[in-house]
Design a protein around this ligand. Sequence first.
Ligand code: EZ4
Ligand code: CO
Length: 402
Amino acid sequence: MKIKDIRVIVTSPGQNFVTVKIITDEGIYGVGDATLNGRELAVATYLEKHVVPCLLGRDASRIEDIWQYLYRGGYWRRGPVTMAAISAIDMALWDIKAKACNMPLYQLLGGASREKIMIYTHAHGSTIEETVEAVVQKKEEGFQAIRVQCGVPGLDRIYGISKLNSGPRPDGGFLPDEDIWSTEKYLPFIPKVFERLRDVLGWDTHLLHDAHHRLSPIEAARLGKDLEPYRLFWLEDAVAAEDQENFRHVRNHTTTPLAVGEVFNSIWDARDLIREQLIDYIRTTSCHAGGVTGLRRIFDYAAMHNVKTGCHGPGDVSPITMGVNTHLGLWVPNYGIQEFADYCPQVMDVFPSTWTHNKGFMHPGDVPGHGVDIDEELAARFPYERAYLPVNRLEDGTLWHW
Ligand code: EZ4
Ligand code: CO
């Protein structure tokens, strides 16, 4: 089965998504997600100009060889743009292989280890009471795990959830919005949010929190300690993790479980964290860390070291990534949880999907392949719009982590 054509499709049904569609000479096709929020066109160009020409005519069944060809063979290894491109090709090839075998992807991986996978949703508010209300509502919808973010008094935005842009520029595009941050205001406040939540909810709901890389190791250690009484499911991105050593400091001081990895794009980013058991959950996701092939390798390595999975699943990765992650989650022995931010109906119309969610759990469906497709005609009606994640500054103007 030879690769006959590869299309790179950029569409913006409310959010920019980059999709790869690989078509074989036998008529079977597969799709993969190459979305990299705020840098979409870099990946699309990388694919169109540098990857697609090398793959036309190749045997679509040789997934591992193509992965190595693009990773080792490209000489310039890793990096978010390269790895998003490799991820999308890999997902599309696994989709093709599973369709050719007439099996859902999870069967090829080794079959289901569970009936359904637990997901967590998001809830936030600008005050504690608003936040409590939002969390209670998600609980009533049936979610057993909820990520909670709350506005900090004195800061005008709820951090870590913004998708806003600064408004249209004269050319119709957008530039990054700017947030303001104060660790001094945040640190003493956040434990109060969880204290109140435990008072209202009791102990049978999993609560998660995302610090979005904003703390120093000793600040994160303090937060982890202060949150211990409220038994979080995890504290996410407590510190920036370019330096994996940062996590050792946090780990030494707290029993609050730690999760990191949404910005990682290879097993090397997480090697020390996993090998030394400095984290509890690895958050790499299929469209950024090498597709099925990349994640499978990271997850097996994590399993040897008591680290569970907790894939990134925000609204700015496409439903294809959600589908692939759900197959991986149904199979992987060391499953932890899957983030699920959900999509607006318009996005789901562009990406018809067999995965379903119900009362806090997902299933990938049982059609051959990974079960997610793209409606190209509909996608063409939503052209790319330049958009960015916000940037973040301290109150004195210093550029900070977003
Ligand atoms: O900032 O998806 O856990 N989820 C998150 C997300 C990420 C965005 C980055 O594109 O932290 O909101
Ligand atoms: Co996060």
